[in-house]
Design a binder for this molecule. Structure first.
Ligand code: ZN
Length: 152
């Protein structure tokens, strides 16, 4: 089989053998590869011959699995982005609608609950009692002292 034409380019027979994967010698393959590396005309002819050859069909198409993964990822992104906001809105609406027409109210406190003023009044009373006791003690001391000096 002639590899090169008289003008130095690859023959049609060589290109057909290359496209159809026919067994070629090691030297012939090296010469063809070297020529295709620098000759644009033969590279274009080889590309055209390859375009006519049937294309390989993959055993398993990745289109279905890729589309499924895109859908799953879209759902996941939507869920992550809007689930927290939706939960916050639902909680706020539950609080607003759950309160009815009265709006928000503080819980009612029992009437007899201890207050700060009650505590202050009790503390004041005990302070008065203590101070009156101290005053009585010093009054008693003042009454006893003159009688003690008078005894001398
Ligand atoms: Zn060439």
């Amino acid at each position: 089989m002639e590899i090169f034409r008289h003008d130095g380019h690859l023959t049609e027979e060589t290109l057909a053998a290359l496209v159809h994967g026919e067994p070629l010698g090691e030297t012939a393959r090296l010469e063809m590869a070297e020529h295709l590396a620098y000759c644009d005309l033969c590279l274009q002819r080889y590309t055209d011959a390859l375009a006519d050859a049937p294309l390989l069909v993959p055993e398993h198409s990745c289109r279905e699995s890729l589309w499924r993964r895109v859908q799953v990822r879209t759902v996941r992104i939507f869920t992550n982005r809007y689930a927290a906001a939706a939960a916050g809105i639902v909680l706020a609406l539950t609080l607003v609608w759950g309160s009815g027409d009265e709006g928000f109210r503080l819980p009612e406190l029992p009437e007899d609950r201890p207050t700060v003023s009650d505590g202050l009044r009790k503390w004041n009373e005990s302070l008065d009692t203590t101070m009156s006791g101290i005053n009585e003690f010093f009054d008693g001391l003042g009454r006893q002292a003159p009688s003690g000096q008078g005894g001398n």
